[in-house]
Design a protein around this ligand. Structure first.
Ligand SMILES: [Zn+2]
Length: 217
């Protein structure tokens, strides 16, 4: 058990963003949504540096007023975003920039698509988090590959294998010291947030999506 505890300690240290990096990010003045064109469905991340993708993510949380509403310590939000980015692998498609683009599209749907008025504050919060986390630790291979190679992951989850892993990994990051952006949620909101996060991430398994009777519309 002690050996396992040490391994976990080492893993969570390397999974989390480092102090210097968090310090650099938290000192930035964050540009506006218009500066980054975050309201635009034609948004492109191509011109943004790695740090600017973090700044733009911070701007989306600030613009939805989530930092004040849920008392997220700014430093924790910066660390969590950096940790999430760090836990994406440099694969061709399912990488950090993909997650960031999905979050921006969701944000544009809230704001320019006016979806915001039909959702609760907590739903806005969790959906943004889910977008950023939905492909965490993706290896560039799909669920069928996991099953055919009898990977450890597919032994753990026989259906929606990768999606379960993305959710588990999101929880692992949240539970790593200094990364819990949900820490000041009420007990009830916390419970709802985690259930919603799980549902949202598992729903990104397109095999499930195409089973919905009206998914052709
Ligand atoms: Zn994805």
């Amino acid at each position: 058990m002690a050996k396992q505890a040490v391994s976990l300690e080492v893993l969570s240290y390397h999974a989390s963003a480092q102090v210097e990096e968090v310090d650099r990010i938290r000192r930035y003045t964050i540009p506006t949504c218009d500066d980054f064109k975050l309201y635009d469905f034609k948004f492109s991340d191509f011109d943004l540096s790695e740090d600017q993708t973090i700044q733009a993510s911070l701007r989306m949380f600030l613009d939805c007023n989530l930092v004040t509403e849920y008392h997220i310590p700014y430093e924790v939000l910066c660390r969590w975003l950096l940790s999430v980015r760090k836990n994406y692998r440099p694969v061709i498609y399912h990488n950090w920039r993909h997650a960031f683009n999905v979050a921006q599209t969701m944000f544009a749907m809230f704001k320019s698509g006016k979806m915001e008025k039909f959702l609760s504050k907590l739903e806005l919060f969790v959906l943004l988090v889910a977008c950023l986390c939905h492909d965490l630790d993706h290896r560039g291979t799909n669920n069928a590959f996991q099953q055919k190679t009898e990977s450890a992951l597919s032994q753990l989850y026989s259906t929606s294998t990768m999606e379960h892993h993305h959710f588990d990994h999101s929880i692992m990051i949240l539970q790593t010291e200094g990364n819990n952006i949900f820490q000041f949620l009420s007990a009830e909101d916390y419970r709802v947030a985690l259930t919603m996060l799980e549902t949202a991430i598992l729903s990104t398994d397109l095999a499930l999506y195409f089973k919905y009777p009206d998914s052709s519309f």
